[in-house]
Design a protein around this ligand. Sequence first.
Ligand SMILES: Nc1ncnc2c1ncn2[C@@H]1O[C@H](COP(=O)(O)OP(=O)(O)OP(=O)(O)O)[C@@H](O)[C@H]1O
Length: 368
Amino acid sequence: MADQTIIRFENVTKQYDQDPAVLNDVSFSIERGRFYTLLGPSGCGKTTILRLIAGFTEPTKGNIYFHEKVMNDVPANKRQVNTVFQDYALFPHLNVFENVAFGLRIKGCKNDEIKRKVLEALRFVNLVGYENREIKEMSGGQRQRVAIARAIVNEPEVILLDEPLSALDLKLRTEMQYELRELQRRLGITFVFVTHDQEEALAMSDEIFVLNEGNIEQSGTPTDIYDEPINRFVADFIGESNIVPGVMKEDYLVQCAGKNFDCVDGGFNRNEQVEIVIRPEDLEITLPDQGKLRMKVDSQLFRGVHYEICGYDQDGNEWLVHSTKKANVGEEIGLYFDPEAIHVMRLGETEEEFDKRLEAYSEATHAD
Ligand SMILES: Nc1ncnc2c1ncn2[C@@H]1O[C@H](COP(=O)(O)OP(=O)(O)OP(=O)(O)O)[C@@H](O)[C@H]1O
């Protein structure tokens, strides 16, 4: 719904000095109460988007709207946005209470209001009782919660989080993923979270924007992006994939390694060159003549929950299989997969073209 939109980027380009643009003509909307993740490799422009939302830098071209009002040059302190930085940026000489109270004091709030709001924010992050602690006496996870309490204390509409979990060890990081997600649900404040960790993005988000070299390659729910990546970059970046060349013979029928396979995709041209994606966990090991493809096993690793088996089909395509069944190096095995496990990608298709094709295709199939 339009009135749910808090922030909108319209054809935003950002260029620092004479360098090539770090964001190219980026458009997207951020809605109320949702958890968004900006995901992409180092240098793709994630932090630049946060800085533009926060008001720490201005777009070179295009517009940034808050509630449909242009905000391009509105200063950071006039925006209903707070940022949690990677290193938390806490004040080491102030205790927990004063760290959280800082913004309210700057605003000139009265002492009793400050006390009420700080205690409420600390209650949200389970830190009541820690008010007088020094920052250096707090653990990594606790410091992060102080930083979040400081960000929520003056009830912003949006909280920006720039890789806030990257400094934590794996166990704490997983715990904090749950905590952050839960906190966002309870608060109902929109979170825009930056990470280059795809599992973290899949676990936490309502919506993910996958970025590459200053462009949003694809946006959607975690399952949309995992099940229907629009191109090789997204398929590769989000989880492990088998990506092999194919030819679309007709709707629902794709050819790969010299064989025809039923699939659930359509809207392609007859005999169009495509790429097909099958996730390693969607491949099942069978006897050689009971599978849909034959593969010669080249290597195998035991990963605890499954074996990671690599090999080649008769066309030389490489396949990666995650299976609870063991295979033997050098052995020929069969691979079985359901038609739904195949996802067909059109070469060079943009997200807009992908959406249009799906729409046209679903209208055509419903008209039949
Ligand atoms: N102030 C600046 N002046 C010039 N170039 C900059 C500036 N800030 C960022 N850049 C460049 O813009 C590009 C995008 O940087 P950005 O920090 O947005 O990427 P990122 O996706 O957040 O990367 P990381 O995951 O490594 O933090 C990089 O090439 C970076 O060197």
